[in-house]
Design a protein. Structure first.
Length: 419
C-alpha cells in the first residue's frame, strides 16, 4: 500500500464513468465488470488497514477478511475481464489511473499465488526459452530462410554497431511472418542499418502482463543486454502494443536504470523515414480502409498521427472510426486476456464493442499495427461472420515501395531519430 493507492480510493466519487468506458462492462452489462469493482480486494485492504472505519468494521465483524477464498474469487475479474486498455483511466474525473491499480492488484495476486494457468505458463516459457510461446531461435531461423529466398535480401543477424536492433513478437513470427519480410524490404529500400539478435528476439513481456516485476525485469534485462552487446543506438518494438509500452515506458522502471539506447515502435520509425523522404511509394489502395488503433500505442503512448500519415501515403479511401486514436475502443484481447484460455468467452463479448464500431462505417478492410489486436480482430470478425480482411500497416507500406529504387543515402544518426 502506498500514497497513490490510498489517494485513489479516498478520491473516488463513485460516479460510474469508468464503467461506461469499459468494453467488458458495456458489452455484458454485468456490474461485477465495472472497473472500480475489479479493485475490491485492494480497496478492502486499504479500508481495513488504513482507515478508522475499516478497522472498526473488522472488529465488529462487518468486513470479510482478505483470505485465499476471496482472492480466488477475484482472480478472474482481474485477469479475464481487463485488457489493461486504459480507457477507464482516461475518463475518470478525479484522475484515478484505474488500469495502473489493476496492475498493482495483479501484483498482489501473483505474490499470493493467484494467477491464471495460461499466463503462468507463458511467463515460465518466456523466462526459460526467451518466448512466451516457447519459440526458439531455430524456428525464427527457418522464417528468416523463407524471407531471404522470397525477397532475395539478407536478414542481418548479430551485426555489431547497427543503428537498429529489431525485436519481434512470437505471435508475429508464427501468425504473420510477412512482417519480417516487410521490414527487410523497407529497410533495404531506405538504406537503414539494422540487425536481429540471436540472444534476444522477443519483444513482449509476460511479466508485465501477469503482474510480476521480477519476471518483467528478467525479460527487460535480456533486451538491454542484447542491445548493449551489439552496441546499437536504437531498439525497435514490432507491431505489438503491449511490447512497446513494456520496453519503452515500463522497462527502465522495472530494472531501475536508464537505457543507453532509444526505443521506437516500428510505426514511429516508418513515419520518420516518410518525413525524411526515404519511403518512396507508388500506387494507392482504392478500397475503403479503416484502422484499429492499439490501446498501448494510441491511448497510452500518443502514437496516433503517425499511422494516419503513413495511410495517406498508400490509401485513397481511408475512413476513421467515430471513436479513434485516444478514445478508440479496445479489441478485448490485451493485458494477457489472449493468453488466458479461461477468458475466451469474455474476450469475444468485449470484441462486440469493436464490432459495433466497424459496423458503423463498413470498411472493406481493416488496418492495424499490433499482432495481438490483429489476431483478435480476425477471430472476432470470423466469430460474427463479418468478411473483412485485416492487414498490418508495415506490410501495406512494403507493398507500395518503388521497386529497384536505389536506397536513399543514410543520414548521420541523430540521437532519438531513425537513421
Ligand atoms: S483498463 Fe480497460 S478493460 Fe480494464 S477495467 Fe479499464 S476500461 Fe475495463
Ligand atoms: S471514474 Fe473515477 S471517480 Fe468515477 S467511479 Fe470510476 S474511479 Fe471512481
Amino acid at each position: 500500500m502506498d500514497a497513490p493507492t490510498a489517494a485513489f480510493f479516498s478520491s473516488c466519487v463513485h460516479c460510474g464513468l469508468c464503467a461506461q468506458s469499459c468494453p467488458f462492462f458495456v458489452e455484458t452489462g454485468d456490474p461485477k465488470y465495472t472497473p472500480i469493482h475489479k479493485l475490491e480486494p485492494l480497496r478492502r485492504l486499504w479500508e481495513q488497514e488504513f482507515t478508522l472505519w475499516g478497522k472498526l468494521k473488522v472488529r465488529l465483524g462487518f468486513s470479510q477478511p482478505i483470505d485465499d477464498a476471496l482472492l480466488e474469487e477475484w482472480e478472474p475479474l482481474l485477469y479475464d475481464s481487463c485488457s489493461m486498455c486504459g480507457r477507464c483511466s482516461l475518463v475518470c474525473p478525479v484522475g484515478n489511473d484505474i488500469q495502473a491499480m489493476v496492475r498493482k492488484t495483479r501484483e498482489g495476486m501473483v505474490a499470493s499465488g493467484h494467477s491464471p494457468e495460461g499466463l503462468i505458463a507463458a511467463s515460465v516459457r518466456a523466462v526459460n526459452t526467451g518466448s512466451p510461446m516457447g519459440l526458439q531461435w531455430k524456428t525464427l531461423d527457418v522464417q528468416i530462410g523463407h524471407v531471404e529466398s522470397a525477397s532475395g535480401l539478407t536478414v542481418p543477424i548479430d551485426q555489431a554497431g547497427a543503428d537498429y536492433l529489431v525485436l519481434l513478437s512470437s505471435m508475429e513470427i508464427i501468425n504473420f511472418p510477412e512482417y519480417l519480410e516487410a521490414i527487410a524490404k523497407i529497410f533495404a529500400h531506405a538504406g537503414v542499418s539494422w540487425t536481429l539478435s540471436k540472444d534476444c528476439f522477443e519483444a513482449t513481456n509476460a511479466g508485465v502482463q501477469i503482474g510480476s516485476k521480477d519476471i518483467a525485469a528478467v525479460l527487460v534485462r535480456r533486451v538491454v543486454d542484447a542491445a548493449v552487446k551489439l552496441g546499437v543506438k536504437n531498439v525497435i518494438s514490432p507491431e505489438c502494443g503491449h511490447a512497446y509500452t513494456g520496453i519503452r515506458w515500463e522497462g527502465p522502471n522495472v530494472i531501475g536504470q536508464r537505457y543507453p539506447f532509444k526505443v521506437f515502435h516500428i510505426i514511429e520509425v516508418l513515419d520518420q523515414l516518410r518525413a525524411d523522404g526515404r519511403l518512396r511509394t507508388e500506387g494507392m489502395e482504392t478500397d475503403r480502409l479503416s484502422m484499429h488503433d492499439p490501446c498501448n500505442l494510441a491511448r497510452k503512448s500518443g502514437v496516433i498521427d503517425e499511422q494516419r500519415r503513413l495511410m495517406n501515403l498508400v490509401a485513397e479511401d481511408f475512413v476513421d472510426m467515430k471513436e479513434h486514436g485516444k478514445y478508440q475502443w479496445c479489441c478485448g484481447a490485451g493485458g494477457g486476456v489472449s493468453s488466458n484460455e479461461r477468458a475466451e468467452e469474455l474476450k469475444m463479448a468485449a470484441f462486440r464493442r469493436k464490432k459495433a464500431q466497424i459496423e458503423e462505417i463498413r470498411p472493406d478492410r481493416l488496418v492495424t499495427m499490433c499482432a495481438t489486436c490483429r489476431t483478435q480482430l480476425e477471430e472476432g470478425l470470423e466469430e460474427y461472420t463479418m468478411d473483412i480482411p485485416v492487414v498490418g500497416l508495415t506490410e501495406m507500406i512494403a507493398e507500395h515501395l518503388v521497386e529497384d529504387a536505389p536506397p536513399t543515402a543514410a543520414a548521420p544518426v541523430k540521437e532519438g531519430a531513425p537513421s
